[in-house]
Design a protein around this ligand. Structure first.
Ligand code: NAD
Length: 384
């Protein structure tokens, strides 16, 4: 059994989730190659060392460029803030490494397109970490939509509500900075837009609104710039945004993303209404799907609760016995298993092409909110 040597850039929340994914994947599926994370990087040396020890990774570094340049690394896995993604991805591609990049792929569509061009011309494997599509119930929802369970898709709607930004005392970090964290549209919305494109097809145009309710943030403890005035920094990202969507198919969509929703931790919902049925996913009940069909017995009017835990459902059979369910972490194990199952011949999906397509919709939403008008996605991609 050969080994695929992985270097993870970033030891934070996603560095941990991805490390977990590489450990778990070989327990889920017989893979042609065994992933081994050899090195992890981060800017804070002691914290990177502690993370490496906790995640069972032999080496750590504070220099991501050194990690990318190593001859004994096959896959570079990018788990840093969005403002760093495209540069690290381009460097990894130039070094001939496979690249898995957390979402969003970049800060802007041109940056995402450049990252796509880099991995394409280097001929390396590439994927974006849209992990939620690898939850059993979400994958089942997509399979059912593609299989005609709701008929022709007419309406698609999604919300993603979090309370990350509700406390005005939450100190400034990269998430409040447009040049490093991107937008709330891209942070939360990129997952939803990925699912929209995957389930309902291309989006033609958007009409969005955005607001930043808390305009500045206090400095983090120990920040070198705390001594200047109040030390507060201006927030340059949206706290919340919403949009109407028009799909190429003629379907209508609506989407809301907010980090300003009190007592909402990470609540997202996706609903599809088709000509013959309705499907609803609610992340707070992530092993379930609600389904109603126009062909159901009228005496049973309503929606049934499908338990996406049956061995015939996507991913479910490789996890636990029916009735046990899975959690967030399962999506990262499933992600690695999906990517490595066909190694080295099968291309990865969703690749940077999807990452760039998602970014184009994010950019269209941002432009629409700024300009107060409908914006077509082709205006962003230059294909108008
Ligand atoms: N798919 C998901 O479920 C999910 C969840 C959370 C975050 N994310 C995404 O993962 C990425 C990382 O988020 P996180 O929550 O793990 O962040 P984090 O703040 O927990 O960790 C960030 C890591 O990047 C490093 N870093 C920070 N700035 C850097 C810079 N300028 N150059 C190089 N390294 C830098 C830090 O040292 C740290 O190791 C983001 O793109 C975020 O949108 C995805």
């Amino acid at each position: 059994m050969s080994v695929l040597r992985v270097g993870i850039v970033g030891y934070g929340v996603m560095g941990k989730a991805h490390s977990y994914g590489y450990r778990v994947a070989p327990m889920l599926r017989a893979l042609p190659v065994t992933p081994v994370v050899s090195v992890i990087s981060g800017r804070n040396g002691p914290a990177a060392a502690a993370a490496a020890a906790a995640y069972g990774i032999g080496e750590h570094t504070t220099d991501w460029r050194a990690l990318v340049a190593r001859d004994d690394i096959d896959l570079v896995d990018i788990c840093t803030p969005p403002g760093t993604h495209a540069e690290i991805a381009r460097a990894a591609a130039a070094a001939g490494k496979a690249v898995l990049c957390e979402k969003p792929l970049a800060l802007t569509y041109p940056e995402a397109a450049a990252a796509l061009a880099a991995v394409t011309s280097a001929g390396v494997h590439h994927a974006v970490g849209f992990n939620y599509r690898r939850l059993p119930a979400v994958a089942l929802m997509r399979r059912m939509v593609a299989g005609g369970a709701v008929g022709e898709v007419r309406l698609w709607r999604a919300t993603w509500l979090s309370d990350e930004f509700t406390d005005p005392d939450t100190p400034y970090d990269w998430r409040f900075d447009r040049q490093m964290g991107g937008t709330t549209i891209a942070d939360l919305g990129s997952h939803l837009i990925d699912m929209a494109l995957w389930m309902a097809g291309e989006i033609r145009a958007v009409c969005a609104q955005s607001e930043t309710f808390i305009a500045e943030r206090p400095p983090p403890a120990g920040a070198g710039w705390a001594g200047t005035g109040s030390g507060a920094r201006a927030v340059t990202v949206d706290d919340a945004s919403s949009a109407l969507l028009r799909f190429e198919s003629g379907a209508l969509g609506a989407m809301e993303v907010a980090r300003a929703a009190v007592r909402r931790p990470c609540d997202f919902t996706v609903e599809v209404n088709g000509s013959r049925g309705t499907l609803v996913f609610d992340y707070a009940r992530l092993n379930e799907l609600r389904y109603g069909s126009a062909d159901d017995d009228p005496g049973l009017y309503g929606m049934r609760r499908i338990r996406a835990e049956h061995p015939s459902h996507p991913y479910a059979g490789s996890w636990w016995p029916i009735g046990q369910g899975v959690g967030y972490g399962s999506s990262f194990g499933n992600q690695v298993a999906d990517l490595l199952e066909g190694w080295p011949d099968a291309p990865w999906t969703p690749g940077f092409g999807q990452g760039a397509a998602v970014q184009a919709v994010c950019d269209a939403m941002e432009a629409s909110a700024a300009q107060g008008r409908w914006v077509t996605v082709s205006e962003v991609t230059g294909t108008a």
